[in-house]
Design a protein around this ligand. Structure first.
Ligand SMILES: Cc1cc2nc3c(=O)[nH]c(=O)nc-3n(C[C@H](O)[C@H](O)[C@H](O)COP(=O)(O)OP(=O)(O)OC[C@H]3O[C@@H](n4cnc5c(N)ncnc54)[C@H](O)[C@@H]3O)c2cc1C
Length: 428
């Protein structure tokens, strides 16, 4: 048995590590020179930025387990903060030091920025969803659910909507209430550590994909970067994988590509026509990351700050997190009018919004905007995501878009990779 893993993002590297752990021969093909895919390092002015600013949570159990397995130290590489939801000078909610669900309920009841009636109605909403085991008989939009559950525009705007956009990268009108409720269940209504926010203190390639590659190589596997796969041909002896460096035959293939790139490999194989159609049905949502460089002494009031503003959702203090003094990383999730702006204009508006929130600031000495137009699939109600097992024997799909309880996240990607590898090991 020898396995080709196509794609060296979090899903592909999780699959490769799981196979290498059992000494199954594995070769990872990654088109880019840097591992990590949509969660990778981007060099800029000798700084290690990320192509997207990421938040992990304590509930990302598989991601944390694999980080440890490959020699990482999540306690050092991630800043752990108890769940706090702070919209600058407008709203704050901190989970209480109590067992679940009292931690969240007490936090909601003590939240600042909304009336007592709104706090009570939010706590009741959580209790009602809990009684239904966070399961809806019919999926619907998040905004519709909140409306039906009597959540006021105030608490929706300051808590539920930003939570929805951050977790599902889809606007509340269009986002799946069922997936949103599962996220609430597994994070806010699980043990306290599950709801902790984990903020990377290192770049996202160094966080897992690179140590994962070292682990795979140390167990006899190969990780080929800068090697784009151009064709996968099924044959009687297995799969011929053609790449920019030649061709090799493998007994199994785990295709760990983003959905918009996996399609090209599926359409040529008749047994996979239905899978290709399922992938075709996915729509995408953007995430923009804006980095602004202020004087070194500049600090945000907290390592991570939320905003109730037109453009920005989150600001990260890269100085406090990873020693990049004066650098602020800003997140603009999901679709919006900002997509039509030139990058310089977007950076100017981001700086302006930051000033509106924090007061006068010096002009940034540089900016860098990274637009990921297809950052995640649009997590809409009733979405049928492709299963990792395909009708083609020994040909599996890994990636954040495959069937999962989770929206497109690092954890969904990692879990899918682990599941594919285990399916192969189980059939070995
Ligand atoms: C800006 C941004 C912000 C995000 N924020 C968060 C967050 O806060 N929290 C969170 O949990 N998630 C977040 N996500 C989502 C998360 O990054 C993704 O869910 C996850 O990285 C997907 O991993 P993957 O391995 O499934 O796919 P990918 O990361 O897309 O990996 C696929 C890999 O395949 C490679 N590839 C493509 N074609 C070929 C080919 N022909 N041959 C070989 N290799 C190929 C690509 O180069 C890539 O490395 C964010 C995503 C973005 C873009």
């Amino acid at each position: 048995m020898n396995v080709a893993v196509i794609g060296g993002g979090y899903a592909g590297m999780a699959a490769a590590v799981t196979l290498a752990e059992r000494r199954v021969p594995v070769t990872v093909f990654e088109a880019a020179r840097t591992l990590g895919g949509r969660a990778r390092r981007v060099e800029h002015r000798e700084l290690a930025l990320d192509n997207g600013l990421h938040i992990l949570i304590g509930a990302f159990r598989e991601t944390l387990r694999l980080m440890r397995l490959v020699g990482g130290n999540p306690e050092r590489q991630l800043l752990r903060i108890p769940f706090t939801w702070k919209i600058h000078e407008r709203f704050s909610l901190q989970s209480a030091n109590l067992p679940s669900p009292l931690n969240l309920l007490a936090g909601l009841l003590a939240a600042h920025g909304i009336s007592f009636a709104e706090r009570l109605s939010a706590a009741r909403f959580v209790l009602r969803m809990r009684r239904r085991d966070y399961t809806l008989s019919r999926d619907m939009g998040v905004a519709q659910l909140l409306d039906e559950e009597g959540q006021s525009p105030g608490i929706s705007r300051l808590l539920w909507w930003p939570l929805c956009v951050s977790a599902l990268n889809t606007r509340p009108e269009a986002a799946s209430a069922q997936v949103f409720l599962r996220v609430l269940r597994d994070s806010l209504d699980a043990d306290r550590a599950a709801s902790d926010l984990l903020l990377p203190r290192t770049d996202l390639s160094a966080l897992f994909p690179e140590p994962a590659a070292a682990y795979v190589k140390a167990r006899g596997g190969a990780v080929l970067t800068g090697e784009r796969v151009t064709a996968i041909d099924p044959g009687p002896d297995g799969y011929t994988v053609r790449s920019t460096a030649g061709e090799r035959v493998f007994s199994h293939v785990i295709c760990a590509l983003p959905p918009y790139q996996v399609r090209a490999f599926l359409i040529g194989i008749s047994a996979l026509a239905e899978v290709a159609e399922a992938v075709d049905r996915l729509a995408y949502q953007p995430i923009y990351s804006v980095y602004l460089c202020y004087p070194q002494a500049f600090r945000l009031p907290a390592p991570m700050l939320g905003f109730d503003s037109a453009l920005l959702q989150w600001a990260f203090d890269r100085g406090a997190l990873c020693g990049q003094k004066g650098v602020v990383g800003l997140v603009i999730s999901a679709q919006g009018a900002h997509e039509d702006l030139a990058q310089d204009e977007l950076a100017r508006l981001a700086h302006q919004e930051l000033q509106q929130q924090l007061g006068p600031l010096p002009a940034p000495s540089w900016h860098r905007v990274i637009a990921e137009k297809r950052a995640t699939f649009a997590c809409i109600p009733g979405l049928k995501r492709p299963e990792p097992q395909t009708p083609l024997r020994n040909f599996l799909l890994a990636g954040d878009y495959t069937a999962s309880d989770y929206p497109a996240t690092l954890e969904a990607a990692v879990r899918s990779g682990v599941a594919c590898a285990r399916a192969i090991i189980g059939t070995a």
